[in-house]
Design a protein around this ligand. Structure first.
Ligand code: NAP
Length: 480
């Protein structure tokens, strides 16, 4: 059987690249979803040129038409959530219900930003000079390069594309090479939405081949990137040299504090959920469980017992809690970190092995390490897999200090029944998002998302805060 071929979208046309790469199902390596084309430098130039040509009309165009197109995209995504959620689970490896949830989020994001097309406001303020008025308005930035990771293959492209288009920008999207299927499906939906040719362009291919030239392209005005800290830091440097606006969302080493007074059942459930669901491949996953003395023994036993009930298997199978790791290199990294942790003195109390199941896939038993300390690599570096470590502390003050003892600052949680500690933690956690009695992973689509320290750089994504990045402010002075 021949595999279906999928091309780049450039100036409203589907265009084949010089070669194709297979998109393989991590639950079953014999299953090839399709062959996805790889863009070259000439195609990137064509995509940027198309976006630049489309910008004058799109950026000054009718906002009702913009609203209607984004709303139509959202409607189609939501109507096809089962089918697209299945594609997502098949290419990325999160379970089908998680895939459907992510697709639903993507549809809601487009609906939200359809509304934002109609809600952009400015200010008129009196001047300090008599007879003069000052108008402050927001205008589109220009042509934006979007670079996205593999772990949320439809939600992250959506939460960049939707605000970019809503505020009148044109887009060139380079999705993760590992999971081009959802990005292609999204491009297909956008291409039929009424959005003019060239406003949105898709170029698939490897980061080193097509991502790097996209960042450095003179026709690109700004870059919105989500991915690892190492690639993000490099992109920030390149954008600084070229004076481009840049927004980076990167990794996490998210702490989950469990205090003596926590509801044990709730604390166990939210910790296991955050650490291991979606195979631990969420930037907001809890990878450091910081537990106070009084609840420590009970908590560790209860987490181990809950982990023993987790069903790991084919992402498309019914009743599965956790699908495979997304790629061989990520699986090797996860297993390496379990070994590194043990070498540093941690005790592996559950999981940590590769699993052989009915189909050949990248399955791993979630791992729990105890006896870990803040200096260990396992507690300082992002693993990005189903691997969690426990840090034992004496009380709240030490727990807070440990939670902030990290180069990252994306999401942080506390499980407690104490209003005093919850309130103090909300104020003193050095994370961009703080959760009280909730998993560190799992956020709403209509409010700002982002972190501090090494997790984020630039203004926030999502909600109306997205306008900070996707618009530029103009101050106009009007005399009599
Ligand atoms: P990655 O390796 O940094 O890749 C991210 C994107 O950058 C991919 O599209 C990649 O292309 C591209 N890229 C690679 N090298 C590049 C270069 N030199 N120039 C331009 N683009 C380049 O990250 P990942 O492994 O896909 O994703 C996992 C990371 O993303 C984790 O660190 C996770 O925490 C982070 N993440 C953060 C958030 C957040 O909002 N904070 C959300 C999700 C994920 P290829 O695919 O072709 O390599």
């Amino acid at each position: 059987m021949t595999t279906q071929k999928f091309d780049n979208l450039i100036n409203g046309e589907w265009v084949a690249g010089a070669k194709y790469a297979p998109n393989v199902n991590p639950s079953n390596l014999a299953d090839v979803i399709g062959d996805y084309t790889q863009a070259d430098a000439a195609q990137l130039d064509a995509a940027v040129a198309a976006a630049r040509a489309a910008f004058p009309a799109w950026s000054t165009g009718n906002i009702q038409a913009r609203h209607d197109a984004l709303d139509k995209i959202g409607t189609e995504i939501l109507a096809r959530r089962e089918e697209l959620g299945t594609l997502l689970a098949r290419e990325e490896g999160k379970t089908k219900p998680e895939g459907i949830g992510e697709v639903t989020r993507a549809g809601n994001i487009f609906k939200f930003f359809a509304g934002e097309c109609l809600r952009l406001t400015g200010e008129v303020v009196p001047s300090v000079r008599s007879g003069v008025t000052v108008e402050i308005t927001r205008e589109p930035v220009g042509v934006i390069g979007l670079i996205t990771p593999w772990n949320f293959p439809i939600a992250i492209p959506s939460w960049k594309i939707a605000p970019a288009l809503a505020y009148g920008n044109c887009v060139v999207l380079k999705p993760a090479d590992l999971v081009p299927g959802c990005a292609w499906a999204l491009a297909d939906i956008i291409s039929r939405s009424g959005i003019p040719a060239g406003v949105f362009n898709l170029v698939m291919g490897r980061g080193s081949v097509i991502g790097d030239p996209l960042v450095n392209h003179p026709g690109i005005d700004a870059i919105s990137f989500t991915g690892s800290q190492s690639v993000g830091a490099r992109i920030a440097q390149q954008c600084a040299v070229n004076l481009k606006k840049v927004q980076l969302e990167m990794g996490g080493k998210n702490p989950q504090i469990i205090l003596d007074d926590a509801d044990l059942k709730q604390a166990v459930e939210l910790s296991v959920q955050s650490a291991f669901f979606s195979t631990g491949q969420r930037c907001t996953a809890s990878s450091r469980l910081i537990v106070t003395d009084g609840i420590y023994a009970q908590f560790v036993e209860a987490v181990k017992a809950r982990m023993a009930t987790l069903k790991i298997g084919d992402a498309l199978a019914a009743g599965i809690d956790i699908g495979p790791v997304s790629s061989l290199s990520q699986l090797e990294q996860d297993l390496d970190y379990v070994a590194i942790g043990q070498k540093e003195g941690a005790t592996l109390v559950a999981g940590g092995d590769r699993l052989k199941l009915a189909t050949d896939g990248f399955y791993m038993q979630p791992a729990l390490l105890t006896d870990t300390t803040a200096e260990m690599r396992i507690n300082r570096e992002e693993v990005f897999g189903p691997v969690a470590s426990i840090i034992r502390v004496k009380g709240y003050e030490e727990a807070l200090a440990e939670s902030n003892n990290t180069p990252f600052g994306l999401s942080a949680g506390i499980a407690t029944t104490s209003l005093k500690y919850a309130a103090h933690f909300k104020r003193h956690s050095q994370a961009g998002m703080v959760m009280v009695n909730l998993p560190t992973a799992g956020v709403d689509y209509h409010v700002p998302f982002g972190g501090r320290k090494g997790s984020s750089f630039g203004s926030r994504e999502q909600g109306r805060y997205a306008q900070e990045f996707f618009t530029t402010v103009k101050t106009a002075y009007v005399g009599a």
